[in-house]
Design a protein around this ligand. Sequence first.
Ligand SMILES: C[S@@+](CC[C@H](N)C(=O)[O-])C[C@H]1O[C@@H](n2cnc3c(N)ncnc32)[C@H](O)[C@@H]1O
Length: 336
Amino acid sequence: MYKQELTVIVQSIIASNTVDEHVKSAKELSDFYSKISSVEHSVSNETLVKGGIALSSSGAADCVDDYLRTVFFIKGIYKALTQLCNHFPERSVNILYAGCGPYATLILPLLPLFDKSRINALLLDINAASIASVRNLLSVTGLDEYQLQLIETDATTYTKPNDFTIDLAISETMHYALTSEPQVAITQNIVSQLPPHGILIPEEITIDLAYTFFDHEPALKNAKQEVKGHKQMQPYPHHVFVDRLFTINKELFSSIIHNSKIESKFYDLPANFENHPDICIFTKIKIFNNIELKTAESYITNPYCVVSLYSINDYSGIQLMYDFSEIPKWSYNLKN
Ligand SMILES: C[S@@+](CC[C@H](N)C(=O)[O-])C[C@H]1O[C@@H](n2cnc3c(N)ncnc32)[C@H](O)[C@@H]1O
């Protein structure tokens, strides 16, 4: 019964075309999870790993309510899975899902759309309560007939079994501007185990530098009440794009990142900055193909202010540094 209900919900997510439809279908998914979950999610079981903070099981459960994030990831993963199933008609598709949370939100709803012989997945989370919750949900929904292994482990160091070739790797373990959570450390580890044909989701996370007025930039403050698509938002008119600092994708780790730091070059600071006094980081996510999350469409693509030009106005240049060796953070160097 639950499987049928979930099938209807996920089909409406995939068919959704407008922001209202996205929100409606994601709410249905959120309500469905609340209805079938029997465990109380803890707010106090956050875990610190090298590379960032893993959310508590309650924090991870709440991610389902970042509506456009949930809908666009599910749409992108559906597309990628369909492509892989067509590409490998004779065998199951191998999925590594790093950071599944208590709901396995980005894969569990899609299972009823695929025959159980086509899916073979490893679901990882460092949080024992989240793993226990997914086990319970699989059993309640009857989806435990699929080939799924639940593994309590640190995805920044996990090594896949030798006989498991990853066709699709999924991880959404990020906060805006790639601060706080271990998305980059996890991606670095997974990419090192991904074969050339393997799909990484998200395919790209782009990080841009801009001079702007932070308070006037669109930002998502309450995803349950005020979701807007990027076309409905007023961009701040005096926003000055400075440069693309980097893009997290399959290729990055074989080129510019050799340790856990990324440094930009020095950029000239504007002499006149009345209309754009803040140095900010903007995040965009290409989930798969043409499915993207743009600025302020979700919490994870909200802008982030590194520093105000008013506090550094005696300098002529700035260099930005991103460091994910511990809890990921931004810092800067100044030049006279
Ligand atoms: C932002 S939540 C997302 C949950 C779910 N995938 C979703 O999209 O709704 C991130 C999840 O990744 C897990 N996580 C974070 N860092 C991890 C790590 N190093 N190893 C394994 N799991 C991790 C957290 O425990 C949390 O459950």
